[in-house]
Ligand binder design. Structure first.
Ligand SMILES: C[S@@+](CC[C@H](N)C(=O)[O-])C[C@H]1O[C@@H](n2cnc3c(N)ncnc32)[C@H](O)[C@@H]1O
Length: 347
């Protein structure tokens, strides 16, 4: 009976410890000073030095007073001055350190509250009734939500949720073995497409800017880790690879021996036709070619591209209306073209 109670008690304290550990995950970013002199040691040092300087100030002050009272020699106030300066300086450092720590705690509380509000953090109550919280594990959906917040705030040219839902539907319906995207940016549309891929399928997303290629690689990797964890629950994401380079050179070169089932064009509008023509020899019969911003750039950068897919006997093309990313009031859409050329057209 006693053993059972002890065991329960131990389990409870282990659980509390585990949750406390989890709670600590949002630690303050450590700066260089923090590594050299940790805060508790800093407080002892500054507090002790301030107190010593205060004692020294009192002693040198009383000595100076005695000299003044005796009136024998012109008093030397330099020691008193050094001690007063030391007291003020170290007391100020002590208070500033305390205030900075309080501000960090306050900021951390605000960040946590915002994360709970946004659904990124879950609240738990342990066996002792203590309320704790932890960040939800990162998966593709979590990253997509974060990218959407970033996109909306900074008006990033991601495909956005409205056109993204259409794109995901098209990819899921076509069920490609290989999908290719031109223009990765941070990987928003790549993740949307990756989630819609059937098991075993692959998406190659090509990005010409190496900084964005690195950003996207990180998000895609994080999402893949999350998806691996949730595989047990039956969820999975197709394999997504980010290639760095100009799609006009990558497409004919690296993909010449493969068959592309879905091609999503979202690079520079005036280059869409070049991307398509570079990919054309690798398009599978019945491949789906989807071009973003076919509404807003119809009379601008996409004019030649749209004229080509709408008049070429190799394609059956239609416009799917939607709205511009982050702007429900601005019409835009996707040009969806089915490649009907098949392998025969190449002879
Ligand atoms: C509109 S953004 C892509 C947005 C992304 N598809 C999304 O929805 O999240 C266009 C991207 O295409 C890239 N890009 C421009 N020209 C390119 C090219 N020739 N080859 C590959 N990527 C290119 C740009 O660097 C930019 O990151």
């Amino acid at each position: 009976m006693v053993r059972a109670r002890d065991l329960k008690e131990r389990e409870r304290s282990e659980e509390t410890q585990r949750l406390r550990q989890v709670e600590n995950e949002l630690k303050d970013p450590k700066n260089f000073l923090e590594y050299l002199v940790p805060r508790p040691l800093r407080l002892v040092l500054t507090g002790f030095t301030a107190a010593s300087c205060l004692v020294a100030t009192l002693i040198s002050g009383s000595q100076l007073l005695q000299v003044l009272q005796r009136g024998d020699a012109p008093p030397d106030a330099s020691t008193l001055l050094v001690n007063v300066t030391g007291t003020v300086l170290f007391a100020a450092l002590f208070v500033a350190d305390q205030r900075a720590a309080e501000a960090r705690v306050e900021r951390r509380t605000q960040v946590r509250a915002a994360q709970i509000r946004l659904g990124d953090r879950e609240v738990l109550v342990n066996a002792e009734g203590e309320r704790m919280s932890r960040l939800k594990e990162v998966d593709a959906d979590w990253i997509l939500r974060r990218l959407e917040r970033w996109g909306r705030r900074d008006v990033m040219p991601f495909v956005g949720p409205a056109k993204g839902a259409i794109l995901a539907g098209l990819v899921a319906e076509r069920a490609p073995s290989l999908a290719v995207e031109v223009g990765t940016l941070a990987g928003y549309s790549a993740l949307i497409m990756g989630k819609a891929l059937p098991p075993g399928a692959r998406l190659i997303s090509i990005e010409s800017d190496w900084k964005w290629a690195l950003v996207a690689k990180r998000f895609v990797w994080q999402a893949a880790q999350g998806e691996k964890r949730s595989k047990a629950e039956g969820e999975r994401m197709g394999r997504v690879d980010v290639w760095w380079g100009d799609a006009r050179r990558q497409l004919p070169g690296r993909l010449s021996n493969q068959r592309i089932d879905v091609l999503f064009l979202d690079g520079l509008p005036r280059q869409y036709l070049e991307y398509l023509q570079a990919a054309e020899p690798a398009l599978a019969p019945g491949a789906l070619v989807v071009a973003d911003n076919a509404g807003v750039f119809a009379e601008g950068g996409l004019r030649d591209y749209l004229a080509y897919v709408r008049s070429s006997p190799l394609y059956q093309s239609r416009f799917v209306a939607s709205t511009l990313e982050w702007r429900d009031d601005v019409p835009d859409g996707l040009e969806v073209s089915v490649f009907i050329g098949g392998d025969g057209y190449r002879q």
